[in-house]
Design a protein around this ligand. Structure first.
Ligand code: AHR
Length: 330
């Protein structure tokens, strides 16, 4: 027993020494683990920071609560971290705490969901998806696909399953969804509600829609997890997903590719979670004394579906998911 205690003590001391020796402490305030996308995002950033010599990651999972994120940011300040990576569960309510980060002179790197106070705070770099364009592509894919199968003039009922209310991804994708609906007069909005970006809530919402709405022809789900939950509900109701109801997701996670290849989902719009390499590059540049621009950098993202070849506009032509499924990293 004594030997074991001595061993544990030695290990604790080695770990403490290693931590004290880290050249840079990089803190990451993550919003939670609501989706496959989020897991891939956490993994990408953890692997990139922890795999870098001399860097230590201080990670906090806020469990979808803004108050937890605010507490985590203040803890990071108290711990004297060198850099903070931040994505906000919702867009509003960050100005005070982010100004506190600024006052301490800790460089802030914004990833994924941007706060609405970007023009009032200092930040060193910003990387995130183009949510409005992703939402536009979802509806454009549906409109163009219907044209391609001779249904461009048919009145088609559309349900929009939104993400977490107030999140940048929900606000932007809804704006893009609704703007694109105006380009396709045959698309008629019959339902619009939140599934909170989770599979379980996507399933529950679809169950309730199938009971209360006569006919849904197209489901626009603002992430793949909700689309996958909806597929379970559609099957349970005795309908055929991908045929009776056309399903367009967002994120392009591996499980959505599997569903598309199985014929149960029609398309997914890419939103990459793989920000680890972006963040490492940014921090290395900042350490080297470079300044990065204020511009929000969007990664290049694609559109994937059953057969490929649907032109969604803005240079986005869909690629057949089965052709690239083996290359998916998340
Ligand atoms: O902010 C990105 C979104 O958040 C992803 O689309 C979604 O899956 C996640 O939960």
């Amino acid at each position: 027993m004594k030997k074991l205690l001595a061993l544990v003590l030695a290990l604790v001391m080695v770990l403490a020494a290693a931590s004290a020796l880290a050249d840079y402490k990089i803190a990451f305030s993550q919003i939670g683990q609501e989706s496959d996308w989020r897991t891939a995002n956490t993994d990408s950033i953890k692997a990139a920071i922890e795999g870098h010599e001399g860097w230590e990651l201080i990670y906090d999972d806020a469990q979808q609560k803004q108050e937890n994120q605010i507490k985590a940011l203040r803890n990071f300040i108290t711990q004297g971290v060198d850099y903070i990576l931040f994505t906000g569960v919702v867009e509003t309510g960050w100005e005070e705490v982010l100004k506190e980060v600024n006052d301490e002179g800790i460089p802030l790197i914004l990833i994924d969901r941007m706060p609405d106070c970007m023009d009032k705070i200092d930040y060193a770099a910003a990387f995130g998806g183009d949510f409005v364009e992703e939402g536009r592509r979802q509806v454009a894919w549906a409109g163009e696909y219907l044209k391609s199968v001779g249904r461009g003039e048919e009145e088609v009922n559309v349900a929009i399953m939104e993400g977490t209310t107030g999140a940048g991804a929900q606000v932007g994708r809804t704006e893009g969804n609704l703007a694109a609906m105006a380009d396709y007069p045959n698309l008629k909005l019959v339902a619009q509600n939140t599934g909170n970006f989770t599979r379980a809530e996507g399933q529950a919402l679809m169950e309730s829609w199938l009971k209360s709405i006569d006919k849904i022809d197209v489901l626009i789900a603002q992430n793949d997890d909700m689309a996958l939950g909806a597929i379970d509900a559609i099957k349970a109701a005795g309908k055929v997903p991908g045929k009776d109801i056309i399903i367009v997701g967002c994120d392009s996670v591996k499980a959505a590719f599997d569903a598309i290849v199985a014929g149960e989902m029609n398309a997914t719009i890419e939103c990459t979670p793989l920000y680890g390499p972006f963040v490492v590059d940014a921090i290395e540049k900042l350490i080297a004394g470079e300044t990065l621009g204020k511009e929000l950098i969007h990664p290049v993202e694609g559109v994937y579906d059953m057969d490929g070849g649907i032109d969604c506009g803005n240079g986005a032509v869909s690629v057949k998911a089965a052709d690239v499924i083996n290359e998916r990293q998340y």
